[in-house]
Design a protein around this ligand. Structure first.
Ligand SMILES: [Zn+2]
Ligand SMILES: [Zn+2]
Length: 329
């Protein structure tokens, strides 16, 4: 059956085609003002800035600017806009005709204004600094991996809180300074790093000024990450070889073979250890034979043969060398 009004299209409802049904709905729109941040795309409506679900906020506001006689609800499906007009696809629930699709243009006034968050970022605002340093005080690649995890963590926080951001990262000879928009994020970063690295943390605060009659503080989190390796040699009254490092324990072998020492980071960083060799000396050996707890091995570089205590499953082993002695750690 053809439409009873236009006679061209197939009838859809009440003998009318969808076009003619749509014509029966008269919409009224009023001009809408939207403020948009040109840097991040967040929007301001009625003096409040919205950083998330911008599409939903715009739809809601636009809906409030559209009315139709005899309708119980208006629902915006899609919109697109330039700085003067907004083109809207919507569904009007008409009390007599039911749900009818419509398309309309609405006048808008788009204002560019930098949002408070972008103002903070570009103004190098910060509340806390993470100072990433190493135990040996020399720059080490371990700082780069710590930085990468901090950057991706702050990015994930930023999705829910626009005030979580890194305003800048300064690379120094001895480490990295990471400037954070929120002091609370620095505390979370400390926890994350402590789970991964054997490290020491020191927090200091300094007066940054006054705001609304209150003292404003900036917090510096000095993080020293242990950058030693298995086989590194350190000294504090005795010489020690590093056997293993985890986030909460370091195992040290006294090279005078007086057994091993386990220290947590608190006790380790309290002691005045000095670094003798950071880079371990390692040599490869081929296992020749093994009996009654003694194993014959041959140096794969100079073919010297020697015997050491213990049994080995592997055909090739690595021993750590210090002061002419070999250590199986
Ligand atoms: Zn028609
Ligand atoms: Zn912005």
């Amino acid at each position: 059956m053809k439409c009873i009004v236009c006679g061209n299209n197939d009838a859809y409802k009440f003998g009318l085609c969808t076009d003619c049904l749509s014509d029966k709905i008269k919409l009224k729109t009023s001009k809408m003002e939207i403020t948009e941040c040109p840097k991040c795309g967040s929007i301001k409506i009625n003096k409040k800035w919205y950083y998330n679900n911008i599409e939903g906020v715009v739809k809601k506001q636009a809906t409030a600017n559209i009315s139709a006689d005899n309708s119980s609800s208006i629902r915006i499906i899609n919109y697109s806009m330039n700085d003067k007009k907004m083109n809207i696809d919507l569904i009007v629930d008409d009390k007599n005709l039911g749900e009818i699709k419509k398309e309309t243009d609405m006048d808008i006034k788009l204002i560019d204004e930098s949002c408070p968050v972008c103002n903070r970022v570009t103004g190098s605002y910060y509340e806390a600094i993470i100072q990433l340093r190493t135990f040996t005080t020399e720059y080490d690649d371990i700082l780069n991996s710590a930085r990468d995890s901090i950057v991706s963590y702050i990015k994930s926080l930023n999705k829910n809180n626009p005030n979580s951001f890194i305003s800048r990262i300064e690379k120094k000879k001895e480490g990295l300074d990471i400037f954070l928009g929120r002091k609370e994020d620095a505390v979370k970063i400390d926890k994350n790093l402590e789970d991964v690295y054997f490290m020491n943390l020191k927090i200091t605060k300094s007066l940054a000024g006054r705001k609304d009659g209150k003292d404003m503080f900036r917090y510096t989190h000095l993080i020293r990450i242990l950058d030693l390796l298995k086989g590194s040699i350190i000294y504090d009254k005795n010489y020690y070889m590093v056997k293993s490092i985890s986030s909460n324990n370091i195992e040290l072998l006294s090279v005078d073979r007086k057994g091993t020492v386990n220290l947590n980071s608190k006790n380790f960083f309290r002691k005045p250890f000095s670094v003798i060799y950071k880079l371990p000396v390692m040599e490869k050996f081929i296992v020749l034979s093994s009996d009654s707890g003694e194993t014959q091995i041959m140096n794969s570089e100079n073919f010297n043969i020697m015997s050491i205590k213990g049994k080995f499953e592997n055909k090739e082993i690595v021993l750590y060398k210090y002061n002419g002695n070999y250590f199986n750690i």
